[in-house]
Design a protein around this ligand. Structure first.
Ligand SMILES: [Zn+2]
Length: 419
């Protein structure tokens, strides 16, 4: 049952959350705001049009790419990352087309760390080039076969070329967490000295935990002065947790894609990241992002790649703001903060208090009775609640069924009174 579709929204009580209690010094949700943390000023690099294009179902037409890029830029992301123009002639044309749109978000493209790819990227008119090369022993042995010394020499040559064209440059290792730490730090230090805007850390196989992430980023923060971009795959379900840990440890940028689409089961989802950040950095997130666009963006991308939005998706999942148990419903109706960490109205979404189950409480039914415009006493509402529970013990009910029970009860009363 969803409170945002099929007209069900109209029955949802939608009180906004009261301001947080200023005296809640002992609250367990205290954020980390030390000198390392960038939680309050994080930046998003939106990679639906790069990582997302690697999703099994993805095939974006030029028109779809333009629409996705425009929506994401209007949403407020800092950067859009596009597929390498070297991938195919159409990718090259699309990259040029998106660069010419004049979007607020800066346009990046993600290429292999070699001169030919970098030249092609610069040719497209991008604001920045994201260079990537595998540094783990797996990738060095089985993918490109280069030594760390060779990687460093090429990287510096390419970085200097991109910079000479007045274009931003990021250098990222692939599979960073399975690379030798000393090798990795030596390389990052060298590219930082060569003047990169950002270094990138990628958990390419999705095996990192928030603790591993914190340790690596914190160490790296002590070695480089440039920005730190992070990229987390979600194979073990830690992509959002790792992203916030990275920010706490001093990373500046997080890669996301809409609904998390990407290789395998994808990366940190934009929506889930917003859910996290609207709690961790409420003022910054509410001011910087057009949060009410999230649902439309997710629905559009979901339709492009022919998937459904999962029922348990943060914020936009069908049940994300549905309250069922009677005891919850009573508290939610009195003060929504009781059982909600996020105010759905920030995202233009309504909460839904279910009154169709055997767990329904009379407070929730009362709220529905008021919405339907009936005037019943509390005792009468308790009576009609008992009827709903009786029926719900027999079979699953839809909202129409409970409305009919309330309606019939009200009719009986009127007949008894002879109205
Ligand atoms: Zn990736």
């Amino acid at each position: 049952m969803c409170g945002t579709e099929n007209g069900v929204a109209s029955q949802a009580p939608n009180g906004t959350h009261p301001p947080p209690n200023p005296n809640a010094a002992t609250a367990p949700y205290h954020g980390v705001e030390d000198h390392l943390s960038n939680v309050g000023r994080y930046k998003i690099i939106e990679s639906t049009l790069r990582e997302g294009e690697q999703f099994a179902n993805a095939f974006f037409t030029t028109e779809q790419k333009i629409k996705i890029a425009t929506m994401l830029s209007d949403f407020g992301v800092d950067y859009l990352e596009l597929t390498s123009p070297v991938s195919s002639p159409q990718s090259y044309e699309d990259c040029k087309t998106i660069c010419k749109l004049g979007l607020k978000a800066k346009v990046l493209t993600h290429v292999r760390c070699n001169m030919e790819d970098a030249k092609k990227a610069v040719e497209c008119g991008v604001d920045g080039v994201d260079l990537v090369i595998g540094t783990s022993s797996f990738l060095r042995q089985y993918s490109h076969g280069k030594s760390m010394a060779m990687i460093q020499t090429t990287a510096i040559e390419v970085i200097e070329y991109v910079k000479s064209k007045g274009v931003e440059v990021r250098f990222s290792s692939e599979d960073s967490f399975r690379s030798d730490l000393v090798d990795l730090l030596t390389l990052y230090k060298a590219v930082d000295k060569a003047g990169v805007n950002r270094v990138g850390v990628a958990d390419t196989v999705g095996g990192a935990t928030p603790r591993m992430t914190y340790d690596l980023i914190r160490t790296l923060r002590g070695v480089v002065g440039c920005d730190i971009e992070t990229h987390f795959h979600d194979d073990t379900g830690c992509a959002v947790g790792n992203a916030i840990s990275a920010l706490e440890a001093g990373a500046t940028h997080v890669d996301t894609s809409v609904l998390g689409i990407g290789e395998r089961n994808g990366i940190t989802p934009l929506g889930a990241m917003m859910a996290r950040m609207v709690v961790s950095a409420p003022e910054y997130t509410k001011t910087k992002y057009n949060l009410k666009m999230l649902k439309d963006i997710e629905e559009y991308v979901a339709s492009c790649v022919q998937v459904n939005i999962p029922f348990n998706n943060p914020i936009t999942g069908a049940t994300a703001f549905t309250h069922k148990a009677g005891i919850h419903a009573k508290a939610i109706l009195a003060n929504p903060s009781t059982y909600e960490i996020i105010d759905p109205s920030l995202f233009g979404i309504n909460r839904y208090v279910s009154i169709t189950s055997r767990l329904t409480g009379w407070n929730a039914v009362k709220s529905r009775v008021v919405q339907l415009g009936y005037e019943l006493t509390d005792d009468q509402i308790k009576e009609v609640t008992a009827k709903i529970k009786q029926m719900a013990d027999i079979r699953p009910l839809a909202i129409d069924d409970t409305d009919s029970i309330i309606h019939a009860y009200n009719m009986n009363l009127r007949e008894e009174k002879g109205i």
